[in-house]
Design a protein around this ligand. Sequence first.
Ligand code: ZN
Length: 259
Amino acid sequence: MNTAGRFGNGRGILKTVAATAVALGAAGALALAWPGGPTSAEADTPAAQAPATPRPTERPVDPSIVHASDRPGRSLNITIDDGPDPVWTPKVLDVLERHHVKAVFCMIGPQAAARPDLVRRVVAAGHRLCDHTIAHDTGMDHRPERYQSDQILPAQRMIEKAGGAPVRYYRAPGGAFTPYSRTLAARHGMRPLGWNIDSKDFEGGSVATIEATVRGELTNGPTVLFHDGGGDRSRTVEALDRLLPSLRQQGYGFGFPQH
Ligand SMILES: [Zn+2]
C-alpha cells in the first residue's frame, strides 16, 4: 500500500504506461515517453525499464557532481550523512532548528524505511532528502552496473515513501561515484552531491578538532559533510551547535546545493 500521497498517483500512471509499453514493444515505449522521461537512446536499456523507469514526478537533472550553493554570496551547504538514527537524528534536527539552518540528509534506504517518522520530521522541518544507497558500500564504484542500480534505486523509493517527498540528491558512499551511477541518479531526478569540507566527525576527534577541521577547510568550497549515523554523534551535535552561530556571525549564510 502506498502512503506517499501525491507520489501514489505517479506510480499508478507509470504502471499503466509501463504495462502498455511492454505490450507495444520498444517502439511503443518511445511513443509513450512523457516529457522529461528517458531519452530515446536510453529507453530500451535494462536500467530504464520498470521499476527503474523514472516516474513522471522525477525530472532529469544535471549528472555532474554538484558542490555549489543555490544561495548567492558567502554560503555553506550543510549535509548530514548515514542516518536516520533514532538517537542522533532528532538531536541534529534540534540543533539545526535552534540556529535556523536547513540541511540535506543523505539517508540509508533501509534505515529510512525502518523509521519513517524521522524521515517525515526531516521533511517537515524543511530539509531535503538525499539517497545514500542501501548498504553504504564504499567500493560500489568497482561493482557491476546492475549492483549499483540495485543500491541506488530501491533506496530512493524507500526514502521517498518514508518521507512523502522527492529525493533530490544522490551521494555515493565514500564518494564512490561512477559515470553510470551519476547518470542513473540524474535520470531519476537526483543530482549527484559531493562535498568540499569533510568535518571528519566520524574519526573520534574532540569537538574542538571537528570545529578546527571545518574552519580550516572553509576556502575549499561551500558543501560541508557531517554525520548523524554510524556511532556516537554527540560531538557532531556539539560542534554544529558551536559552528553554526559563529559562522553566521562571520557572514556565512546557509543554502542548499544546486539541484
Ligand atoms: Zn556515508
